[in-house]
Ligand binder design. Structure first.
Ligand code: CP
Ligand code: NVA
Length: 307
């Protein structure tokens, strides 16, 4: 099983592979737009295991497999035997014996690692509490389309030290950007993810304020204050994050041509003001669409389709 390529974090791909995947994503997007068939995965099946809600991730993987000539099975874990306690290890062996690739969205990152360790086909992390690497592929692809290579550019992360923040940290090694992070006290990024990312010699700065983090930024990005599974903390988090809204005043401290991104779903009036997310610097709709194109390239890459 050692030759199987999984995508559990961005650390699973090299900078050269990251570049190739994004170039392929851009080319697949052009093919899709021009109506050119690109059925590289004819006869192949993907199992999509969800333990959390999703709009973008489900639609992008399911449609992506269809466009590549393959098939995707939506499996809500509650409707499978996993929901009734069948061991992850047994489920991984069985499911991977029948499909060609698997994506999983769940809570505990260790579940995805355990599943991958017992899978005979590639496993994609489609979001855990710890990371959300597929989103960064789409985000970097979007930056590239609007501004060119992200290498050497500065990304500002404002808000929760959550799965998205961790994936921006891991992606700094893959894509070569500088990352400035500003989070409220008590909601900072995971120290071990930071140490692991920094071991790769990346430029990650933990800043004292959102204003400091956005100085010189080419891209400003944020996420909800309470992620899936943290709904009960909403009120307490609203108080802790009140000075961490990305609004026009904060965007004015970044570079004049800075882009704004958000993985979505967004809460206008909380982590981002309506004027920013619906304004000229926002590229959130391209970002969402690019989940489709970037992930089609990722699936081809993991399945060893020559690209
Ligand atoms: N950004 C993202 O992963 O969206 P969904 O939760 O809708 O899949
Ligand atoms: N941090 C968010 C991302 C959603 C795509 C969450 O985990 O809910």
């Amino acid at each position: 099983m050692s030759n199987i390529r999984h995508f559990l974090t961005l650390l699973d791909i090299s900078p050269e592979e990251g570049k190739r995947i994004l170039e392929r994503g851009i080319s697949l997007k052009a093919q899709q737009k021009s109506g050119q068939p690109h059925r590289s995965l004819e006869g192949k099946a993907m199992a999509m295991i969800f333990e959390k809600s999703s709009t973008r991730t489900r639609i992008s993987f399911e449609t992506g497999m269809f466009q590549l000539g393959g098939h995707a099975l939506f499996l809500h874990s509650e409707a499978t035997q996993m929901g009734r306690g069948e061991p992850i290890t047994d489920s991984a062996k069985v499911i991977s014996s029948m499909v060609d690739i698997i994506m999983i969205r769940t809570f505990n990152h260790a579940m995805v690692e355990q599943f991958a360790a017992h899978s005979s086909v590639p496993v994609i992390n489609a979001l855990t509490d710890l990371t959300h690497p597929c989103q960064i592929l789409a985000d970097v692809m979007t930056f590239t389309e609007h501004r060119g290579d992200i290498q050497g550019k500065t990304v500002a992360w404002i808000g929760d030290g959550n799965n998205m923040a961790h994936s921006w940290m891991n992606g700094a090694a893959t894509f070569g950007y500088t990352l400035n992070i500003a989070s409220p006290q008590g909601y900072t990024v995971d120290a071990s993810v930071l140490a692991q990312a920094q071991a790769n010699g990346v430029h990650i700065h933990i800043c004292n304020s959102p204003q400091e983090a956005v100085q010189g930024a080419d891209l400003v990005t944020t996420d909800v204050w309470a992620s899936m599974g943290q709904e009960e903390e909403q009120k307490i988090r609203e108080a802790a994050f009140k000075d961490y809204q990305v609004n026009a005043t904060l965007m004015a401290c970044a570079k004049p041509d800075a882009l704004f991104m958000h993985c979505l779903p967004a809460h206008r009036g909380e982590e981002v003001s309506a004027e920013v997310i619906d304004g000229k610097q926002s590229v959130v709709w391209d970002e969402a669409e690019n989940r489709l194109h970037a992930q089609k390239a990722l699936v081809e890459f993991l399945m060893g389709v020559s690209i």
